[in-house]
Design a protein. Sequence first.
Lengths: 444, 512, 371
Amino acid sequence: MSAFWIVLLSVCAGTVLSSVLACLPGLHVYNVMGAMVLGILALEGGTHAIPPDVYLPAMTGMIVGWSMLNTIPAVLLGTPDESAMFTVLPGQKYLMAGRGFEGTMITAVGGLAGAFFLVCVMAPLAPRYLPVSQQVLKGHMHWVLWVIITFMLMSEWPKGGNRGPAGWAKFFDAWKTLIAGLITFLLAGLLGFILLTRSPVGHEVAFQNIMPAFVGLFAIPWCLLNMISAANVPPQRTAKSLAINGDVILRSVWSGGLGGGIAAYFPIVTGGVGGMLAGHATAQRDERIFIMGQGVSKFIYYVGAFMLLFVPGLNLTRGGGAWMIKTLYTPLGWADYYLVLGSIAVASGIAFLMMEPLTKLTLKFIDRFNYRHVSTVALAIIIFMVVAVTGWIGLFIAVVATGIGLLPVLFGSRRLNCLGILLLPIACNMSGFGETITGWLRLT
Amino acid sequence: MTENKQALPGHETQSSEMNCPSCGRFVGAVSKCPYCGAKVEKRMSLVATRWAAVLLATIGLFLLWLMAVKRDVPVVRLSDVQPTMNFAQIRVEGTVKTDARPFRTGTGMSFNFTDGTGSIIVFVSKKQMDAMTEQNLIPKAGDQVSFIGGLNVSDDQLSMRLLSVKDFRLTRAVAESVRLGDITEALKGTSVTLAGKVTRLEPPPEGSNRPYALHIRDDSGEQVVNFWQSEYEQIENPDALPGAFVRLRVSVATYQKQLQLKLGSARDLEILDGPPAAPAPVLSPAQKAAETYRKTTPPVSRDFSRGRASDAPALAPADITADRKGHTVRVRGRVTSVTPPKAGTKQPFAVMLRDGDASLRVTYWSSTDEFIADKPVPGAVFEMEGVVDVYRDRPQLMVESGYKVRQIEAAPAPAEAPAPVAVSAITAADKGQIRTVEGTLGAPRDLGKGTAYTLTDESGSLDLVLWHSTVPAEVRDALAEGQTVAATGVIGEYENQLQLKANPGESVRPLR
Amino acid sequence: MKGFSHFMSGVAVASFGPWAIEAAQSGNPIFFVLGGACGILPDTLDFKFYRFFYHHDVYVTPDPKSPDPQYVADEIARAVAMAVDEKRYINLKLVSVRLGADFWQQYSVKFDNNKLEVLVKFGPVVNTGQVPVEGTEKRYPTVARARLKAKVIQTYDAALKVDIFDGPTVGLKPMDNGDLDLEFLPWHREWSHSLTVGAFLGLLWMAGAMLWAGLPAAGSLAGALSGWAAFKGALGVLFQHYAVAWQGFVTIAACYGVHVVEDQLGHMGSNIFFPITKLRTPGLHWMHSGDGLPNFLTVWISCLLIFWNLYRYQTGMTFHFSFLHLMMVGLVIPGLAFAALRWLLTRGEKIVVVKGDDADDEWNEMKASGA
């Protein structure tokens, strides 16, 4: 079979597989890819070795399919990953108004618009301009992280302190949530120092060191809260058209592209942080733009970060997907770049076409099954994945991280503070005093 | 909730704990009603969840921390390292292959390590390097070490980063005690212990980069041990050295074809109270061979050059043209020159690869140089992989990873220098020929990319030119005005004046 | 302007200091962090500290169980009467009415100076996204009225609409002609948004850093007064020894100041030279502080300026470009392309872009991000 057909079939297979898996709440594509990497390495050198012509386009399709279709459980089942926390809120509004289908499809349009932007605008310009910015920013990444941390912590507004006479009582009432947020950030940072310096996870699967912590910080608390206190979902209706126009799409691409681009390009900055920064930067008021923009942002964050590995002359590894590919393959040049771009384009089309039928299927599903039961099943799947990949130690890490991840939810602070798990230790290491801190902690 | 209006969406099933039991107003999560002041009891599960979260977060984190600091990091053989072990912390035990080399940027050092099943480059940060210097833990070739490091594994790279100096165990390679007269070239590359009486300590000339020369004598002979200013400053009482009995651990090397004994650290120098005991005689090779040991065949370590779509053969420099710009290629050629970056600048390294008449300029940054195990030297054949770029209409290769620079053939041993001739015997007919001249150096003249001296012997003088790209810095730095040297090079002509262009490598050596 | 715009402006201003770049290249992020933090600091001081200690004379607290617009109107009229009778500044707090975890009773206040009345109407129930709940618009059709003792002049076109989270504070200031001047959020930018406060904070930093650095080495200033050259040398030693101190002062003062300057482009204005000036100087009305395009342009141009400053001091660059080139590639060409695309995609359509009101945008932003 010619290389063209091998690649095309691999892309289709990867996209379809991940699109279906994306509907399962709580399952992250990086978990699935991690398991695939183990499988590919196990078969390496043998008669059933999987060549790069197959796994490269397949994994590209998986990332594209997942980043597009993960919106379905994020909106309809309320079990997002950390990068979708902004999608949930306005998406949940649509859900509670019986317009979950519309909200999901608007996000999907955002994903498709993001694909156009990535393939038609960013991809041709990246090999020309990204190496320039790499040179300019060389040695400056550390303060970029510190500045992001500063803004993250300073931009959280107090929620309480709305009632009562002026004074210290009112002040403390307001600062309760802020203090909870700061404590969450610090505890997550401590957890990050431990895991990045002396992780208890077995060395054989060290490449998934952080996975149990992320699951515990974001996925498990969300499932638990759904199980405890989920509201009943009102009946949903499908719509024949979406109330959007070219202006909405363009503005969404603008704001989402900025957020996703920041998250894809800068290390450690994830989709949630990028979305927050872009939301602040572009100051959009229209809810449709917000939802669609998050679809754009998510797509560009996951797929754009993956694409950066293949940009000729750049040699930039961003995002879990790229790191996993790097254990298997080193991109060679323009041929690989075009392969990945073509795979992204094909996969985006397939994923978008699958969006409507899968959304309708999921709506039928949630109509039939209790929201809480779905979250319970999701929790079971997540726990199984953690134990299967990282063992009981990984589960213990996930449990500890769950404690930290529950703090913002239960005390009303921002969940983004949980990203201190990576932001704090890596910013400290980049600035050169990470070792001092790990020395104080007796980790080194 | 209002009395006379329908329930708001979702409030039909809202938990009663959200409202004050006394006045019925919505109060949310507070425990005291802000309207009437009544106490609001909270559902146990919410309170319990909050406490559980706090306890999990704090106590759980503490337990995790305990687990992290107390756990025994497993010993892993390098041949067993898999890509899934990326970011793993493992313990390795084995031998240091090369002396630790500090980075040009001063940001740390690296050394090569092997455990018998594979080898790996190990990086040490500046803070760790300073601590190791203080504790005399700087690894030298042959030392046995055991340490914990963090693995960095990808498709084509394998390296480790030292985790902690506290876990770094080092057993110095036993340095044979030898008599001064028994030190020969056979000991090159090893460390030995010698003892004797210091006859004199020669400091280097003012402003020169030359080392100190410690003359030491025992009943078998005399030797000179070299060390530099940084080691001199570490010696506690250097004024006590002349005339004192000392024991030192030195490494045996050659410099300009002569044996050189180098003191690596002031901690390797011990001033004795009295004459030392005579060391045992050096074992002959046959005697050493009698000390047999069983060697198991190590398993083949993982090949980290997987994942290629095709293993294309290396190209020649002539094949690299401007239309390959942006392509990743592998090029093989003979190194004709290596130009390191000027001190204090952030220039890249520049290497010229030649094959036949074609040559190609290859550049890489200092950060890439740190990863190159065998450094390119003129004369050696290297294979380098990088991205083709075009600079001033000429193609060049930018190497991005030190792992992609491989030595194929070592530089040939320099041909024996011809016997020295007098300056007056050199004529225009000798242009292009290699000659050796012995004479005294005049004042150095900076040529920009090289240095020139007037070389004078009893019959006359001619210019000696040393180009920076071909004559190593340590050779050039050892020269000074007034020194008597033997210089080998090619006879050339410049502005109708004959000159001697020093050969690459150690082609100019001081004469005693 | 939105907080992020102020923040990035601060970082951009900090990037103009060569010491910031030098420190960053050595792994020290302090000046950039200071720049961003000081860029957003004025609003932080107001919204996270000062407002909780701001005294109010009258609290209007409608009962969520039976919201009564007449009570609200009467209380507002009482506050106006207090201001007139006691001839002093009266702070009036309009407290929000929370009905549920995600529901708030909206009400609005309007001053009719022709009839000398205040009108209060309870509107729909809104959720935390300020979206009305269907079917609640006509719960309270009554418009309550109360007589005012004086005219209340609103120079600032703020919508006195109370819904989610914290309700607004209104200041009633007696004027010479007997009328009252209405000030929206009097505690905001009362003293925090001033250039002098920024300089003062810079001085605090400088003092602290100088104490930390201690005195210069003995003898380094010897002979400072012996001549001009010696004096210059001594100054150089002092500047070197206290580098972090004065560099921090410049960074803090400049980055704090840029926030003040940016806020003057809006409507509310600031008390620019507190304590020398006593009142807020009205803004230039060039923009609404929540407008999307000005905010984005501020952020994006700040990023380009930062990029330019980093480029200027980066060594070993193999790519070279001019400032004009950067602006063309980074701003002008993408902007034109975006405008052209927007025109193409929206031809023949009437596009309504939701605009903000004149209410201070930090206030709206605070409420919006409280969700």
